[in-house]
Design a protein around this ligand. Structure first.
Ligand code: AFP
Length: 359
């Protein structure tokens, strides 16, 4: 493990990590732009009710979700910080139906930036931690400047990460060489490396899921959660703890630090939606961060970063965290799909044909 001495700032760290990467300077520049946007969003969210930006914007995003004023401001901040430097060719935001393309040839760069500017924003007025999630892809050489440029598998990401606006603002980043956490030194305005080479414990006794949806889950997820809840009296022979903040970045950050499993699985609540979270700007970047920290990220049936995207705003089931637990949950899905789970699954939940053999 590389030893970092003194105060390693984000820029210093990126210069070192990307020195042997093609266009590494450009990628470092783009990540510094993202970090600058994050600092601005941190200042905005950190003002809380004093900032005068709480409340609904009176509009809805492509998913039909009510947009808050902070959602729209965070979106504008991301675009303003990242679109002028000759680093990106296009951007996709959760808050915009269509991609934004850099029109001027001089300003056009080689990367695509995809982001959720303010994840968990429905919690912001309650002063609960929220975050920004981002993913960076290379722009295809034969770019057609349409949505297809962005429809790349997650394993093609060159960098990804998230910011968490909590008691401290942190930026967690991967460029495919481990996962590293930086804490914002507010007085000085620098991101300082405080959590190098983050590693998720393989074994864990914590899970995060919205259990109010339990009746809509598939049997393998019901099986896993009921075994966790049975604790030391059940097959797991130890007690588990459950947490749910309803802010993905906050739930995932806790798991990255302490180990555990985060699940927003496929459910039948709304049959038109195969899950709640979005593949390109929630699932893929978080999966990259988690895998680079030694964890695993799956739909329950396939590795998240192997799923070929079909739509910009596509939803996907998400199950990620400590490797051993994810492997167990994937096994439960396999046993369910092949019918080998009969001794374990409540017959009331057997709706077999609905989900088989899909992502
Ligand atoms: P918002 O950005 O609308 O608050 O949604 C956040 C989120 O997509 C994700 O951060 C949470 O994990 C998930 O929603 C919580 O959803 P439930 O309210 O269904 O538990």
């Amino acid at each position: 493990m590389r030893m970092y001495t003194g105060r390693t700032t984000l820029s210093k760290f990126l210069i070192e990590q990307l020195q042997d990467v093609d266009d590494g300077g450009q990628l470092a520049g783009l990540l510094v732009d993202v970090a600058a946007a994050v600092k601005t969003i941190a200042a905005l969210t950190g003002r809380g009710a004093l900032g005068g930006h709480h409340g609904e914007a009176g509009s809805a995003n492509v998913h039909g979700e009510t947009q808050t004023r902070l959602d729209l401001l965070a979106d504008e901040i991301m675009v303003e910080h990242c679109d002028w430097n000759g680093l990106v060719a296009g951007m996709v935001s959760e808050e915009r139906d269509e991609p934004i393309w850099v029109q001027s040839e001089e300003q056009k760069g080689g990367y695509l930036l995809i982001f959720d500017p303010l994840d968990g924003s429905s919690n912001v007025a309650m002063n609960v931690s929220v975050g920004t999630i981002f993913s960076i892809l290379r722009c295809p050489e034969d770019s057609r400047q349409d949505a297809s440029d962005f429809l790349q598998v997650g394993s093609g990401q060159v960098a990804a990460g998230y910011a968490i606006y909590g008691p401290a603002t942190m930026l967690v980043v991967t460029v495919g060489k481990g996962t590293h956490g930086f804490t914002l030194d507010r007085e000085v305005g620098n991101f300082v490396l405080t959590h190098p080479d983050i590693s998720i414990p393989e074994e864990t006794s914590e899970f995060a899921i919205n259990t109010s949806n339990e009746r809509f889950w598939e049997p393998p997820v019901q099986r896993y959660v009921s075994e966790c809840k049975a604790g030391s009296t059940g097959v797991r022979k130890r007690d588990f703890n459950m947490r749910w903040i309803a802010s993905m970045v906050a739930d995932v950050h806790r798991i990255l630090m302490r180990g555990g499993v985060f699940m927003y699985p496929r459910d039948t609540k709304d049959p038109a939606k195969p899950g709640r979270l979005r593949l390109l700007y929630e699932a893929n970047p978080i999966a990259f961060v988690i895998e680079q920290a030694g964890g695993a990220a799956s739909t329950g049936r396939v590795r998240l970063m192997d799923v070929p995207p079909e739509l910009l705003h596509q939803r996907i089931p998400v199950i990620l965290g400590s490797r051993n637990e994810i492997e167990r949950i994937e096994r439960y899905h396999r046993e369910y799909d092949s019918g080998d789970d009969k001794p374990y699954v409540n017959p009331l939940f057997k709706e077999r044909s609905l989900f088989r053999a899909e992502a």
